[in-house]
Design a protein around this ligand. Structure first.
Ligand code: 2P0
Length: 350
């Protein structure tokens, strides 16, 4: 049975051996997604807004395997197992249901970002998988529909469909499940000329102790600070959209920092607490305060891990990177700018 079919996603049949390769970049939220209202459909509690990066791309090839009786997934050259495999197979099931095809697939993914370390690997990963799988199974290439589809793999992946800044709509809570699903997707946000950089300090590239999925569930269920943060996040989103429109990087940074620290406060108040901040994270946060005291526009954001990302003007990125390196010797520092949306690569006989 097909369900929640979105009309733009149906295309003429593709050959049994169809293959497609897509590339997608991670995104870092400036107004965070933290909490679902529907875990099955990946419907978030709040709207969120991100910048897609021009570093750490994921490249994924999906090939139909008409004679195979199960999916095969390779991750940086190694067979995927456990939860990572389960999530990808569940996503392929959704694609198959929509395409009305039963063929299993061979999926080959190359990630250039440390996986599961709060560096948005699931965003680039599921955005690339959504674009490649949709093409291989003969679904359409409507970006809004692909954003909805990517959402079902990992919420933040809905935003990596788009380059630059993207707003993911939480969507409507009324109506049927199919209507709610249709209402939650990302779209590009207009921004006046900004020349932003995001300095990414990788303090620990290891996988996180608590998955973001489990952490956001615990936060929603137990943190007395969750509801106030979710409410204030609506104000942050409005202020962020206005700041982007007028090209006011200082305001973008201020809103991003307050929203991220507020999100971490909700987790610290969860029972038991979820704490992603490490001692080195605080040292880097201190260096960001010092940069501002020295007159350099720099604002920190953090996700589900100890790593710190510092928003600044592109012209200041070198100074910011040096300050971060000084604060956390031995960490690896990467300078990102706004990157492109997910796209199919030519080839694969398409
Ligand atoms: C974000 N994060 O907006 C937030 C901020 C982490 C902190 O989206 O359960 O991997 O797969 O939808 O997208 C990380 O959560 O979670 C995330 P699922 P996802 O970028």
């Amino acid at each position: 049975m097909r369900s929640e079919q979105s009309p733009q996603l149906v295309r003429p049949p593709v050959p049994d051996t169809a293959a497609a390769t897509a590339v997608a970049h991670p995104n870092i939220a400036l107004v965070k997604y933290w909490g679902k209202r529907d875990e099955q459909l990946f419907l978030p509690r709040t709207d969120s807004l991100s910048m897609t990066l021009d570093i750490f791309p994921t490249t994924t090839r999906v090939r139909l395997a008409p004679r195979a009786d199960k999916d095969t997934v390779t991750f940086n050259g190694r067979a995927a197992t456990g939860e990572a495999l389960r999530r990808i197979v569940a996503f392929l099931e959704l694609v198959r249901e929509r395409a009305g095809r039963a063929h299993r697939a061979v999926v080959d993914t190359a990630n250039t970002v440390p996986t599961g370390a709060g560096l948005a690997s699931s965003a680039s990963g599921f955005a690339a998988l959504a674009v490649a799988a949709a093409a291989a199974y003969g679904l359409g290439d409507d970006a809004t529909a692909l954003s909805r589809l990517a959402r079902r793999g990992s919420g933040s992946a809905s935003r990596s469909l788009f380059g630059g800044f993207a707003l993911w709509h939480a969507g409507s809570s009324t109506g049927t499940a199919a209507q709610a699903d249709l209402s939650s997707y990302a779209e590009p946000v207009p921004a006046a000329r900004l020349d932003p950089a995001l300095v990414v300090a990788v303090l620990d590239a290891g996988p996180k102790a608590v998955s973001s999925r489990a952490a956001m569930r615990r936060t929603v269920d137990t943190s007395p600070l969750y509801e106030p943060w979710a409410r204030s996040s609506g104000d942050d989103l409005r202020d962020m959209v206005a700041a982007l429109r007028r090209g006011d990087l200082d305001a973008v940074g201020e809103v991003a920092e307050r929203n991220a620290l507020g999100m971490h406060a909700t987790m610290l108040a969860a029972r038991p607490a979820v704490r992603y901040m490490a001692p080195a994270s605080l040292t880097v946060l201190d260096s960001v305060l010092q940069l501002r005291r020295d007159g350099i526009g720099a604002w920190a954001t953090m996700d589900a891990g100890p790593n710190v990302k510092v928003l600044c003007r592109r012209a200041d990125a070198g100074k910011v990177a040096a300050a971060v390196r000084g604060a956390a010797p031995g960490c690896s520092v990467h300078i990102a700018g706004p990157g492109p949306g997910a796209r199919l690569l030519a080839g694969d006989g398409r």
